[in-house]
Design a protein around this ligand. Structure first.
Ligand SMILES: *[C@@H]1O[C@H](CO)[C@@H](O)[C@H](O)[C@H]1NC(C)=O
Ligand SMILES: *[C@@H]1O[C@H](CO)[C@@H](O)[C@H](O)[C@H]1NC(C)=O
Ligand SMILES: *[C@@H]1O[C@H](CO)[C@@H](O)[C@H](O)[C@H]1NC(C)=O
Ligand SMILES: *[C@@H]1O[C@H](CO)[C@@H](O)[C@H](O)[C@H]1NC(C)=O
Ligand SMILES: *[C@@H]1O[C@H](CO)[C@@H](O)[C@H](O)[C@H]1NC(C)=O
Ligand SMILES: *[C@@H]1O[C@H](CO)[C@@H](O)[C@H](O)[C@H]1NC(C)=O
Ligand SMILES: *[C@@H]1O[C@H](CO)[C@@H](O)[C@H](O)[C@H]1NC(C)=O
Ligand SMILES: *[C@@H]1O[C@H](CO)[C@@H](O)[C@H](O)[C@H]1NC(C)=O
Length: 250
């Protein structure tokens, strides 16, 4: 009886000592624009004699295991866009190669080891972005179409230094696609004026113009006028460059 009690006490003490020993540190809040690459790291503190029996990255929203390290090795559950990499014995990294707005939320890193069970959480936030912008022109109107926008935005038009947004017609952005992104489109009646029109993407939630491109009156048809970049969201002037490049190629 006494031996059993002593054993119990020893187990209790050693297990509580063990959970204090191993530490899991995870990336804190990660805030990046959508379409960018984001990596969450989970580092296990290096303790002498530590044996990791399993290590996971779990999405809290639906309790889905995205990365799992077990006896059988590393297993990724969505190998295309969400990638996992394991650097034994200390680090499990989860990478979104193309961040979607629907990825925002909490991710739990969970460890089972001979030094105890532990978990820690990383938070992912998604910043405003757009994917591509197309422009078009006909003698009576110009159009501007931003694809892959987050969050919801609206197009504002400027012509000869004047805000002419009230002459434009915005398309209903509708529901977001399954990635959480919107298409934002607008057309402006031009009355045949062949000058350049400035079309800017306004994000009301962020109170900022995320992008602006010039639609030139001499252009005809539809073309890709720019591409949103995670690193530089302001592409003022780039639209022109791409339009010029397009003209040269055509
Ligand atoms: C979780 O990770 C953070 C950041 O690395 C660290 O500061 C914190 O102490 C960890 N929490 C626990 C309970 O281990
Ligand atoms: C994890 O370890 C790597 C180096 O091994 C370090 O660059 C990174 O900042 C660490 N991350 C956290 C969340 O502790
Ligand atoms: C999450 O999944 C694990 C195993 O798949 C299960 O043991 C656990 O109870 C689940 N947790 C919740 C909160 O659903
Ligand atoms: C994102 O990751 C993918 C795959 O690793 C890579 O091909 C691509 O160049 C990366 N993009 C950026 C902007 O770092
Ligand atoms: C994470 O650890 C805390 C405290 O140790 C525990 O209450 C919680 O249930 C754990 N969560 C998961 C998902 O294992
Ligand atoms: C342009 O006009 C729109 C619609 O009237 C308005 O919401 C926006 O704030 C104006 N922008 C500027 C820079 O004047
Ligand atoms: C946005 O436009 C593209 C190309 O026209 C289309 O494939 C896509 O389904 C649209 N997305 C939404 C959310 O309407
Ligand atoms: C278009 O107008 C916006 C708002 O006035 C301005 O911030 C932006 O620099 C202009 N873009 C170009 C390409 O002229």
């Amino acid at each position: 009886m006494e031996i059993r009690a002593a054993l119990f006490l020893w187990l209790l003490l050693s297990s509580s000592a063990a959970t204090k020993l191993v530490q899991l540190s995870t990336s804190d809040l990660v805030a990046e624009p959508c379409h960018s690459n984001v990596t969450l790291r989970c580092n296990v503190s290096q303790e002498a004699g530590l044996k990791v029996s399993s290590l996971f990255w779990i999405r809290k929203r639906d309790n889905k295991t995205l990365c799992a390290v077990q006896q059988t090795g590393l297993k990724s559950h969505d190998g295309h866009r969400i990638r996992c990499s394991y650097t034994p014995p200390a680090q499990l990294a989860l990478t979104f190669t193309h961040l979607w707005p629907t990825d925002r939320g909490d991710y739990i890193c969970k460890l089972r080891s001979n030094r105890g069970i532990k978990n820690n959480t990383s938070k992912v936030a998604v910043e405003e972005c757009y994917g591509k912008v197309y422009t078009d022109y006909s003698p009576s109107k110009v159009g501007c179409h931003f694809h892959g926008v987050y969050p919801r935005g609206e197009v504002h038009w400027f012509h000869r230094g004047k805000n002419v947004t009230s002459d434009s017609t915005a398309a209903d952005p509708g529901d977001p696609n399954p990635k959480g992104m919107y298409n934002v489109s607008s057309t402006l009646r031009t009355k045949g004026d062949p000058n350049e029109y400035n079309c800017s993407l306004w994000i009301p939630g962020a109170k900022t113009y995320l992008a602006s491109v010039l639609v030139h009156g001499s252009e005809r048809g539809t073309r890709l006028a720019g591409r949103g970049q995670a690193v530089s969201v302001h592409i003022v002037g780039l639209g022109w460059l791409l339009i010029l490049a397009g003209v040269l190629i055509v």
